[in-house]
Design a protein around this ligand. Structure first.
Ligand code: ZN
Length: 197
């Protein structure tokens, strides 16, 4: 499965010639994730031929403007392009208020489902998981609350040679875990609080 990172921008707060404010596209299999959305992100998405409608999840690390000043533009562009699929934004809680105020001030109604999930910078948490990837947020030291995001590609299922299991005391119900390589690790890999290790 492909796992690629495209750097759309890597500059910091002040605009610089030839370098855009922060934004990255992470592609894992058919899933495309946007991480941070600085000013000019849409232009860079066009330049790099990013599949706009493959993005269903956006991750914002913190609320310094160079990491999200491009977001309201992207959200309203999706509206103009008649997006229908839901979009979820993982970000500090205050971003929801900021975006809603921007939409209110410009009398704009978003016609697709827009969800906000507040990140928490006090510990490690699993914020997203599907069959291919697990994404964890974790605290970073900065001037304002900030999280990093760790994208972990999951291992594929192993091929199980049933005849090799003769003589081992393994219940048939455990075969599925063996295929997923979790037979030994299942007890500590996850806990109920969804903390990420
Ligand atoms: Zn910052």
């Amino acid at each position: 499965m492909n796992f690629t990172v495209t750097i759309l921008g890597s500059n910091s707060a002040i605009t610089n010639h030839g370098r855009n404010p922060t934004s990255q596209v992470i592609t894992i299999g058919n899933h495309v994730f946007l991480m941070d959305c600085g000013e000019g992100t849409q232009q860079r998405m066009l330049q790099y031929k990013v599949k706009w409608f493959s993005i269903h999840h956006i991750f914002i690390s913190h609320l310094h403007g160079d990491h999200y000043f491009g977001l309201i533009g992207l959200l309203t562009t999706y509206n103009l392009l008649k997006r229908t699929e839901p979009l979820t934004i993982f970000a500090p809680a205050l971003l929801k208020d900021i975006i809603e105020l921007q939409l209110k001030a410009s009398a704009t109604t978003i016609n697709y489902e827009l969800n906000f999930v507040a990140t928490n910078d006090n510990d490690f948490y699993i914020v997203f998981e599907n069959e291919n990837v697990q994404i964890c947020s974790f605290p970073l030291v900065h001037k304002i609350p900030t999280t990093g995001f760790l994208f972990k590609q999951k291992e594929g299922e192993r091929k199980l040679l049933i005849e090799k299991l003769d003589g081992f005391d393994i219940d048939k119900n455990e075969y599925k875990l063996l295929k997923k390589s979790r037979y030994k690790r299942q007890k500590w890999q996850y806990n109920k609080s969804r903390r990420c290790y």
